[in-house]
Design a protein around this ligand. Structure first.
Ligand code: XMP
Length: 513
């Protein structure tokens, strides 16, 4: 793999993703990992990420010099660039000139090196630094500067090392992906082999080895992750797999039917649908606290799932449980240095330690966009692959207040209209997710027909995001919002007001609870 060394900023995941986009497998490792351990993984290259610290601060994360003498190609970015310069005998100084945000980069016209070859002058790049490299280490060629950074990029092609002060991984840096790709292919000499076909072959072999002749179950949530995980396992072990879909009564309109119809038709997987609405709604009656709702749903889910598993087992016990855990979940729980618990995300099909299953997690190394590519390659319907994420606790956390059948029915009708209009406008792909939230305990006065109405507001919460960690509210066209509003207030009698949520994440979260 290409190892991305995380110096504690948010950029490491992004770098790892961009490397994968260049069809090269990458993994994130903490900067505290000893160099010997990194080298034991036989890395094709090591990328040092940006970080919040100054190389001069006491306790600033250090790079072991051994990393640069091991013969492994190295690329330093931002903090990693400075740490690299310093380690190799260059000079890093606090010049007092800081650069934040978009900055024009001036590649050396006569000697732009490999990374910046043929790229335009005054290239906009994303900078975020206080210190800067003032002198490159011996053996390195300086290939660019900016107003605040006399050495903004350098490389030592023979030594297979390079570095940049700016962030090539962010979208604001023009040609950033090209620079990363050039490092990987031209300087490090890596072949692009990380493709959907290869990932599938590799995972199928791995699953066969792990599972053998045993029985496997998978909780389907209707979302793309569990759907792709199950399809992979099915490809590997066929009818040893049974999927369980728990209808907890908190789904959106048509959801259970879609899973049964589309998914089974595309995959031929054995599916058991459990109607558990009474049980969940009973347990949720009168509960308004968001965390309590989540806990109840998590608990009930496990119970239902366990009894389904017992019914499925044809001989002895089912030993394996498939989970659609993704790489960001792994990184976040592994690198969790004091990360605050914002919401107890209940992973559908997830975390039941006392369930005594061994886990099969074929997506553990993958990002969402890779999972989608795999889904398409496996022949899943596009409608399934491109579905918006939907939370495990379902509509329960989109009803602000207690959950009951009437309220669910109101929200389902409003939500259906919003989804229908978004699709009709051809905007599904441009939006990450579009929650519709019912403020069930709030009422407001309106006028409908000739009379006064006293109904509930619903909130439209369309967001754009790359990974749900951060998000921005989507600037949907006004006419689309207007159509949704008109239709909801006309067609859903209980709702007399539609409002738009214009909060980014942070400070808001995507869901309201
Ligand atoms: P928030 O609201 O934390 O959501 O910004 C981030 C993403 O996670 C989804 N979400 C959940 N998914 N179980 C899930 O499976 C949960 O309990 C849960 N809570 C939030 C949310 O829809 C968004 O995509």
């Amino acid at each position: 793999p290409v190892l991305v060394v995380d110096f504690g900023a948010q950029y490491a995941q992004l770098i790892a993703r961009r490397v994968r986009e260049a069809k090269v497998y990458s993994e994130i490792v903490p900067h505290t990992m000893p160099v010997a351990e990194m080298l034991a993984r036989d890395p094709a290259a090591i990328i040092l990420s940006g970080g919040p610290a100054s190389v001069y601060e006491p306790g600033a994360p250090q790079v072991d010099d051994g990393l640069f003498t091991a013969g492994v190609p190295v690329f330093g970015i931002c903090y990693g660039f400075q740490a690299m310069a310093r380690s190799l005998g260059g000079t890093v100084a606090r010049t007092g000139s800081r650069e934040y945000g978009g900055t024009p980069l001036r590649p050396r016209l006569l000697d732009p090196g490999v990374l910046l070859r043929d790229l335009p002058a005054d290239l906009p790049v994303w900078m975020s630094h206080g210190d800067c490299v003032t002198e490159a280490p011996a053996g390195f060629t300086v290939t660019a500067e900016s107003a605040g950074a006399p050495v903004a990029a350098f490389e030592d092609v023979a030594g297979r090392r390079a570095g940049v002060q700016f962030h090539p991984e962010v979208g604001h840096t023009a040609h950033g992906q090209e620079m990363l790709t050039r490092f990987l292919y031209e300087i490090a000499g890596i072949e692009p082999t990380w493709t959907a076909e290869n990932i599938i072959d590799e995972q199928v072999a791995r699953i066969r080895e792990q599972v053998g002749e045993k029985e496997v179950i998978c909780g389907l949530s209707g979302g793309v992750d569990s759907a792709v995980a199950a399809a992979l396992v099915h490809k590997a072990v066929g009818d040893q797999l049974t999927c369980v879909f728990v209808d907890h009564g908190l789904l959106r309109a048509g959801e259970a039917e879609q899973v049964e119809k589309d998914y089974v038709a595309a995959t031929g997987i054995k599916l058991k649908v459990v109607d558990a609405a009474d049980r969940f709604l009973g347990a949720l009656a009168g509960v308004t606290d968001p965390e309590q709702k989540r806990k109840i749903i998590g608990r009930e889910f496990i119970r239902v799932f366990e009894s389904a598993a017992r019914e499925i087992a044809s001989h002895g016990d089912v030993e394996f449980l498939v989970q659609g855990t993704l790489y960001p979940d792994v990184v976040e729980s592994g690198g969790g240095t004091g990360t605050a618990n914002i919401k107890s995300h209940h992973n559908v099909g997830g975390l039941p330690e006392d369930l005594k299953f061994a886990l099969v997690e074929p997506l553990r190394t993958l990002f969402k966009d890779e999972v989608r590519a795999l889904g398409l390659q496996l022949g899943l319907p596009e409608a399934m692959v491109w579905r918006h994420p939907f939370p495990g606790p379902g509509l329960a956390i989109r009803i602000i207040g207690a959950v009951d059948r009437e309220r669910l029915d109101v929200l389902r009708r409003a939500d259906f209209i919003a989804r229908q209009e978004l699709s009709a406008a051809g905007l599904d792909r441009g939006v990450w997710q579009f929650p519709v939230v019912l403020l069930a305990d709030v009422r407001s006065v309106g006028v409908q027909g000739d009379g006064r109405s006293y109904g509930h507001p619903v909130v439209l919460r369309p967001v754009s995001s790359e990974d749900a960690m951060t998000a921005d509210w989507s600037r949907l066209p006004y006419d689309v919002i207007a159509r949704i509003s008109t239709r909801i207030t006309n067609e859903v009698a209980e709702v007399n007001r539609v409002v738009l949520d214009v909060t980014s994440k942070p400070p808001g979260t995507i869901e309201w609870e």
